[in-house]
Design a protein around this ligand. Structure first.
Ligand code: SAM
Ligand code: SF4
Length: 371
């Protein structure tokens, strides 16, 4: 492998490029960045549209709360990658060693044709898992077919157990739909993670209720620190609460013992939570601000407008859609994917930005990037 430095960017010329003369996509070297992190996990944002308007995710101007999916400043359908283009990208990344895929958004379940798309993905050789992150609104309706198509792991975002607070956070009166979706998914045997964005003064009075939920149901409950993402984020220091503070609240109800193996849990630090009545559950903390996990990051993201993004919190992107729509060959696409990975930033500056009371660490919007 040779290193080449151009305009401050490091390019590594690997053997697979030097001997690239055919359109075969046989992996010759794993997808590794310049900090030796192997990238094996692709997150696809299928759409920036959503049937909710969460205060922490969308800028206020997109939060036309009386509308359903369509209004606001969302991408036109032609700006999204087609399913055919998405399948091509997934096939190519899988051919290079990517083995885990997450479908996200916006709300992935509002994109028409998603079930057929999942079916096509499930037929790709080498893809070991297709996971889904959803707000759960359409889960009751889709759960059975998702399961039949091979999806086994879903993350459901739910920040409150109160119906009225759900309306305040999301703009919609859909708490019951989400809850029904969770129960339907549970009865089918999905492995379910509940993502709770922690916001002081908004849902901190419910953290212990969420911890109890992990004892009552087989849901892994994961608290996520509220991040200032996007150009018009509603993030405020006053609303931030750290994972350590949440942990203290949870330990009032029982003990937390770190998982012996945290493998496969991504950025979450997972704990076995034993309640005072002896029951067990799983509780985790995702703490991008107070305790970043960049050194172990194995992720690559494809935004809903077809840009490859090597770091959630860095706006450095590769316009894959342009390449896809201008005749790029498989080999050229692979080369571009590899270069994006190679230039994955070493880490983000979220903690410093927050200390400087910056309300934004990158301009990309969560609903386009996919979280
Ligand atoms: N609509 C789906 C959902 O809500 O699960 C998928 C997309 S959403 C952008 C993906 C994840 O990002 C969700 O778990 C959501 O809670 C999280 N998220 C969005 N904005 C966030 C923020 N500012 N800070 C922390 N997490 C955030
Ligand atoms: Fe929609 Fe998910 Fe963003 Fe909420 S967090 S607005 S459900 S994309």
């Amino acid at each position: 492998m040779k290193r080449l430095k151009v305009n401050g960017f490091t390019f590594m010329i690997t053997m697979h490029l030097q001997c690239a003369v055919t359109e075969k996509t046989v992996p010759i070297s794993p997808l590794v960045d310049q900090f030796s992190r192997t990238i094996s996990y692709l997150r696809l944002s299928l759409t920036d549209r959503c049937n909710l308007r969460c205060i922490y995710c969308m800028p206020e101007e997109d939060q036309d709360r009386n509308s359903e999916v369509k209004t606001g400043r969302f991408l036109q359908h032609s700006e999204l990658l087609t399913y055919e283009e998405l399948v091509r990208v997934v096939r190519l990344t899988v051919s290079q060693g990517m083995n885990k895929l997450r479908l996200t958004g916006g709300e992935p379940l509002v994109r028409k044709g998603i079930l057929e798309f999942i079916h096509q993905l499930s037929e790709l050789d080498g893809l070991s898992e297709i996971r889904l992150t959803t707000n759960g609104v359409l889960l009751a309706e889709y759960a059975e077919t998702l399961y039949a198509r091979g999806v086994r792991h879903i993350n459901v975002s739910l920040d409150t157990l109160s119906r009225s607070k759900f309306v305040k956070i999301t703009g919609k009166d859909y708490f019951t739909k989400v809850w029904d979706g969770l129960l339907a998914a549970k009865s089918l045997g999905f492995r379910i993670k509940l993502n709770v964005v922690a916001m002081k003064g908004v849902n901190d009075d419910e953290f212990q209720d969420f911890a109890r939920l992990a004892l009552d149901h087989p849901f892994q409950v994961r608290f996520i620190e509220f991040m200032p993402v996007g150009d018009k984020s509603s993030w405020q220091m006053e609303k931030f609460i750290s994972a350590e503070e949440i942990k203290l609240l949870v330990t009032e109800l029982g003990s937390l013992a770190p998982f012996a193996r945290n493998h496969g849990e991504g950025p979450a630090r997972m704990y076995n939570f034993q309640g005072k009545d002896g029951r067990n559950g799983a509780v985790g903390f995702i703490s991008p601000i107070s305790h970043h996990f960049c050194d172990k990051c194995n992720r690559l993201r494809l935004t809903s407008e077809g840009k490859l993004r090597a770091c959630l919190l860095s706006d450095r992107e590769t316009d894959l859609k342009f390449l896809l729509r201008n005749g790029a060959t498989d080999r050229e696409l692979i080369e571009s994917i590899r270069q994006t990975i190679l230039n994955k930033p070493q880490g983000h500056t979220l903690q410093q930005d927050v200390m400087a009371r910056e309300r934004q660490t990158c301009s990309g919007r969560m609903s386009r990037i996919g979280g």
